[in-house]
Ligand binder design. Structure first.
Ligand code: PAF
Length: 281
């Protein structure tokens, strides 16, 4: 496995692979890798000849009052996990390698980004799309792998790849959970022991919603109301949203039917956590 920090090095390596007719799978990350990321690497390893992981905490997707500086970083642990997962190349650039001083071009998306997380994080998805557009142009992957935990991000990326005719396939992989249910996230490391316990209310609400839908409930209001009531029993939980949206457009729906995304964002102390389930009948 190689670790490189410049765009040119990635281009040179990938160019050689393409000459040999090898396919390239790409897992974009902000590092502090966990089993959720490992599951994406595993899927990429299964489907593609070569696997590239980027580790880059992208300043452009953080709002002014967000956790850019405190976002956890550990490139040594990340390299170890990538090595174990059979990754071929890590791209770990400095911000100055990705954004030169006079950088002024952006990739933005309408509609899809004006719901759910986009409401409280207005510049977030523009930052995500911009860095991914750049990374796709640098790595030139055949496939890029995204976790379903960030369901809105995955839907947005799929849309902009389609709109801009980018020649790659977006593969979505299931949410990976801790043994007790909490969805894996690099931000879980912010939680104190007490908050970690309280954070379980997210997965409990998700499992409750899933159970209601499995039993035949189709009213979005009834499902999200019961999930909301459950989350409110946890004193440390502060709800940002509990909602059911169309899985393609991200617009709110009244009736739960294929494809509906039931998504939640909840603050536990200062840590903002998200979780969701998808209804595909
Ligand atoms: O999901 C993430 O970790 C980031 O949003 C991504 C896709 C790596 C872009 O910076």
């Amino acid at each position: 496995m190689q670790l490189v920090t410049t765009i040119q090095e990635v281009r040179d390596i990938v160019k050689q692979w393409k000459k040999e007719d090898l396919t390239v799978g790409f897992v974009p990350t902000m590092g502090y890798l966990h089993e959720g990321h490992a599951s994406l690497m595993k899927e990429a390893r299964k489907r593609d000849d070569k696997v590239v992981v980027s580790v880059f905490v992208n300043p452009m997707q953080f709002g002014p009052s967000e956790d850019l500086d405190s976002y956890p970083r550990d490139i040594n642990a990340d390299s170890k996990l990538c090595e174990e997962m059979g990754v071929d190349l890590i791209f770990h650039p400095e911000p100055s390698e990705m954004y030169h001083d006079d950088f002024c071009s952006f990739t933005d998306i309408n509609g899809l980004s004006n719901h759910l997380c986009g409401l409280s994080r207005p510049i977030h998805f523009r930052g995500v799309c911009t860095v991914l557009n750049k990374l796709f142009n640098i790595v030139m992957p055949d496939r890029a792998y995204f976790g379903q935990k960030d369901a809105q991000q995955a839907a947005i990326v799929k849309q902009f790849v389609k709109d801009l005719n980018l020649p790659l396939e977006i593969v979505r992989c299931p949410i990976i959970r801790e043994a007790d249910g909490l969805a894996k996230s690099s931000r879980n490391t912010y939680l104190s022991a007490e908050e970690r316990k309280a954070a379980l209310i997210l997965s409990k609400a998700i499992f409750l919603g899933q159970e209601l839908v499995e039993k035949g409930e189709t009213s979005a209001k009834k499902v999200t109301d019961q999930m909301t009531d459950l989350i409110k029993t946890e004193p440390l939980a502060d709800i940002e949203y509990v909602t059911a949206v169309n899985g393609l457009t991200m617009e709110e729906v009244d009736e739960i039917k294929d494809p509906t995304l039931v998504a939640i964002a909840v603050r536990i102390g200062k840590t903002r956590l998200i979780d969701n389930f998808v209804v595909e009948k």
